[in-house]
Design a protein around this ligand. Structure first.
Ligand SMILES: NC(=O)c1ccc[n+]([C@@H]2O[C@H](COP(=O)([O-])OP(=O)(O)OC[C@H]3O[C@@H](n4cnc5c(N)ncnc54)[C@H](OP(=O)(O)O)[C@@H]3O)[C@@H](O)[C@H]2O)c1
Length: 282
């Protein structure tokens, strides 16, 4: 039940029907008894600027921005935080009292918080990180893992040029060396790694498993997959069978929502078992 004074936020995407963010924020709103609403907003690519600019006029507290709008949102908002600037993408928009729009990027925060929660023994400084993939999600992992303090990042991608572009773009802004690794060298790149993260679409429902031999990966390395449909991807199953600590991708989505919820609704929310059930238990 909401009143006429309810604070309102939402998620802009195209399509937006698959988004779990309304469930996520809806759970928190109910759990904390907040007079607020979080709604799906189907915004076509040619209307994203118009839709974002309408937020203050409509009295919205802000919104999330998902595929394919993150780069357009970055170009549209009035100011961005340091993380969004380095990534060139915005996933969280906050409307300020003067009607200006602030853009943030919390995807990397979500990734790291999920990793820390799922693998409490993992310490960033212990060894190199290997990221498989060089798309939109991999960008946030590069920045987040570098900020967390990993000594080196190896970025493996099927299309080497895409990894090289990402290294050229993000490398100068991060504190550790980032190297683009050819696809054929992916198994060898796992030697002495302390964390392996899949940021490709491989392993997702409807896609083949990630084709990666884990033999060279040290047993104390943590393996995480940001794909969360299915929750246990073939990569995570193979890693678990080898004795690795594994972290599935659901928590990245849950944790990335925390900063926005706090900014819009004034409550720092928690990620709990009940939240997992509410968002993913279908
Ligand atoms: N857990 C979360 O909260 C969260 C957040 C964001 C994204 N995700 C998931 O992360 C995945 C990637 O998202 P994205 O936005 O980064 O996608 P994207 O920008 O389209 O990038 C896709 C990546 O997958 C690689 N790839 C595709 N087909 C491949 C194949 N047959 N063999 C090897 N590599 C292949 C691509 O390599 P090429 O460059 O060679 O094409 C590219 O690196 C999606 O499954 C998405 O659902 C999860």
């Amino acid at each position: 039940m909401i009143s006429g004074k309810a604070k309102v936020a939402g998620v802009m995407g195209w399509p937006v029907g698959h988004s779990r963010s309304p469930r996520l924020h809806g759970y928190w709103l109910a759990h904390y008894g907040i007079d607020g609403a979080y709604v799906p907003l189907a915004v076509a690519p040619d209307r994203i600027e118009q839709a974002l600019r309408a937020l203050p006029a409509l009295g919205f507290a802000g919104c999330n921005v998902t595929v394919p709008h993150k780069e357009a949102a970055f170009r549209t908002v009035d100011r961005v935080d340091a993380t969004a600037r380095r990534m060139g993408a915005v996933n969280t928009v906050i409307v300020h009292p003067d009607g200006t729009l602030e853009g943030r990027n919390t995807d990397g925060f979500g990734f790291i918080e999920n990793l820390k929660a799922g693998a409490p023994g993992w310490t960033a400084a212990t060894g190199p990180a290997v990221i498989i993939g060089a798309g939109g999600a991999a960008r946030s992992l590069v920045v987040a893992l570098a900020d967390a303090g990993v000594p080196e990042i190896r970025l493996v991608n099927r299309t080497l040029a895409r990894a090289q572009e990402l290294v050229a773009e993000l490398g100068p802004g991060v504190t550790c060396p980032v190297t683009a690794v050819p696809w054929d060298d992916r198994a060898d790149a796992l030697a002495d790694a302390h964390v392996l993260a899949n940021a490709t679409t491989q392993g997702m429902v409807g896609h083949p498993p990630l084709d990666l031999a884990l033999d060279a990966l040290p047993r104390d390395a943590v393996v995480t997959d940001i794909v969360y449909t299915p929750v246990e991807t073939p990569l995570l199953a193979a890693a678990q069978a080898r004795g690795h600590v594994v972290v599935d991708g659901r928590g990245m989505l849950l944790h990335q929502g925390r900063p926005g919820f706090e900014a819009w609704f004034g409550q720092a929310p928690q990620v709990t078992d009940a939240l997992y059930t509410a968002v993913f238990g279908d």
